[in-house]
Design a protein around this ligand. Structure first.
Ligand code: AMP
Length: 113
């Protein structure tokens, strides 16, 4: 298995996992760009947010439920946070396994770079 996030889901490589349910895993980004930087990924390998499987498998439901749970547990809701999913080279995607970044803990500029 070559996908790094599939390997994290399978516990083949270490990660700081802070959330897991039947469909989704959440873990801390190894190269954080904010004081809080969490990645939320489906257990099934899907390349990116616009893949047909996202709707077919209702991954949005599972992922957004997890994002709600994680931001509540981590105490991010009052201060606010950002959720981002980069798609493709122009969108800044570097890992071809669907993931959502949760960023928090500092003031986040808009528009993003
Ligand atoms: P993106 O550039 O949007 O595709 O996001 C991929 C993210 O995965 C980057 O923020 C990386 O720092 C992060 N990343 C890559 N490998 C690992 C890993 N082994 N454990 C945790 N985060 C990782």
């Amino acid at each position: 298995m070559s996908c790094v996030f599939c390997r994290i889901v399978a516990r083949e490589i270490p990660a700081s996992i802070l959330y897991e349910d039947d469909h989704v895993v959440g873990f801390r980004d190894v190269n954080p760009v904010a004081p809080v930087h969490i990645l939320v990924v489906p257990k099934v390998h899907v390349p990116r947010v616009d893949a047909p499987e996202v709707c077919e498998l209702k991954l949005g439901d599972h992922i957004f439920r997890a994002i709600g749970d994680i931001t509540r547990r981590e105490g991010l809701q009052e201060g606010g946070f950002r959720v981002v999913s980069n798609a493709g080279k122009g969108g800044g995607q570097t890992v071809d396994h669907l993931h959502f970044h949760i960023l928090a803990g500092r003031s986040l500029a808009w528009p993003p770079g």
